[in-house]
Write a protein that binds this ligand. Structure first.
Ligand code: FAD
Length: 405
């Protein structure tokens, strides 16, 4: 088995899954992980859900414990950032002065939360972002019964944090320039449904509204949005994330809103791979470059990288998948939806248990199960198939028989 040293940069799910998968693939050479976080690599989805609600601890979503890294001889450098890559010398310079050698290098530097640069007041005490477990811990401490929290942004993290804050009995206002939260990702129909759930749970939604500045007035924070003023004790900026590309860009690797890779996840330098949130990789099924900022992608690309590094010839050929949990709603989405795709609902949306399909040129482009479990594999199997809308909507036809005709 290839025994050149492998160095993985990153402390998230992609980095940790890559080292665990390398050992599972029988790679016995030198293996090192460098992360600028001081914690062992962990998963992020609970940070806006159970952990924020106070229902889980870091150990519950740490990818592998200390003992695993020790017994599998993975060198860990935590709390240390990789500063620069010398591609000719095949070394990485770290902030603690160390220079690490590699034969093959994996970049898994993920994303960082946008901090509202350009939004006056975004640097004030009491204005938070939510990306790391430390961010979530700080936010959790102030989300108490009656706290007035204003969330700027109505994407996944904004809406999940809104649900968690309501579950902690905080007074929640979401302010967003969108007219329907999450409609850009899932269409107007589902966006409106989700908006209704939030309103019913007591979330105040101030939509079609842009915050111009945040002002500290005594102990209060005032959001100025046009001629509106919204008072809060705490503000969460949930205005998206940006990939951490500096290391790759400074090393001269090809980037384009992501580190560009081929279908085996190799970058423009064949000794360097990129995975997870930062990778803009060629998807052989969809025949296009894709950058996906979701949990499942971090895991699957990490496993694919481990296979590539150990001589495998697998490719990035799967449809994107993601999930969310908000209040009593849990859903999983698979596929690649585009605006203009036709929506078909299977089941009753009002009863809160249904499946949505999207069709493009008569073929299923995406599907989503809402509060119906153990069906996502069947939905994945239907992607790309031609099924008439009336059959899709007919709940008397089992999912695995939909494509029979
Ligand atoms: C609050 C929250 C909730 C989420 N919920 C969901 C969900 O419900 N469903 C879903 O599908 N996805 C969800 N996601 C997205 C999912 O967590 C990400 O797609 C996933 O974390 C990506 O993993 P990654 O390892 O590529 O990047 P990251 O998790 O961002 O990890 C990158 C790591 O690299 C470190 N790093 C960066 N630069 C350097 C450097 N130069 N040197 C050393 N280390 C460095 C970072 O500090 C970080 O530890 C959520 C994300 C967040 C923040």
């Amino acid at each position: 088995m290839h025994s050149e040293p492998i160095l993985v940069i990153g402390g998230g799910l992609a980095a940790a899954t890559c080292v665990t998968a390398l050992r599972e693939h029988g790679y016995t050479g030198e293996l090192t992980l460098v992360s600028d976080e001081k914690h062992l690599p962990y998963e992020r989805p609970p940070l806006s859900k159970d952990f924020l609600q106070g229902n889980s601890g870091l150990a519950d979503f740490t990818v592998a414990d200390d003992d695993w890294y020790r017994t599998h001889e993975v060198q860990l450098h935590l709390g240390v950032a990789a500063e620069s890559i010398d591609r000719a010398g095949r070394t990485v310079q770290c902030t603690d002065g160390r220079i690490l050698e590699y034969g093959q290098l994996v970049l898994a530097t993920g994303s960082r939360a946008n901090t509202g640069q350009g939004l006056p007041g975004s640097e004030l005490p009491g204005v938070h972002v939510l990306r790391t477990v430390d961010d979530a811990r700080t936010l959790r401490q102030v989300l108490l019964e009656g706290t007035r929290v204003a969330i700027i942004g109505s994407g996944w993290i904004g809406m999940e944090a809104a649900a968690s804050a309501r579950q902690r009995h905080a007074e929640v206002t979401v302010v967003s320039p969108s007219t329907t939260p999450l409609a850009a990702a899932l269409g107007e129909g589902f966006g409106s449904y989700l908006t209704g759930l939030h309103r019913d749970a007591g979330v105040r939604l101030v939509l079609d509204t842009r915050v111009n500045r945040i002002e500290a007035r005594g102990r209060e924070l005032i959001l100025h949005a046009g001629d509106r003023q919204i008072s809060a004790d705490t503000v969460l900026l949930a205005i998206g994330a940006s990939p951490n590309l500096e290391l790759a860009r400074d090393a001269g690797l090809e980037t384009d809103d992501g580190v560009v890779t081929d279908a085996s996840l190799r970058t423009s330098d064949g000794r360097i791979l990129a995975i997870g949130d930062i990778a803009r990789s060629f998807n052989t099924r969809l025949r296009r470059q894709l950058r996906v900022e979701h949990w499942d992608n971090a895991i699957r690309q990490a496993k694919l990288a481990a296979s590539t590094l150990t001589g495998g010839d697998a490719e990035y050929d799967w449809y994107p998948y993601f999930f969310t949990d908000q209040f009593d709603l849990g859903m999983e989405f698979v596929g690649h939806r585009l605006d203009g795709d036709t929506e078909v609902v299977r089941g009753n949306r009002q009863e809160g248990q249904f499946i949505m399909f999207w069709l493009r040129e008569g073929r299923i482009s995406a599907a989503m199960n809402v509060n119906i479990w153990d069906v996502n594999d069947s939905l994945r199997a239907l992607l790309g198939r031609q099924v008439a809308p009336d059959r899709l909507a007919d709940t008397s036809i089992p999912l695995d028989q939909l494509a029979d005709r």
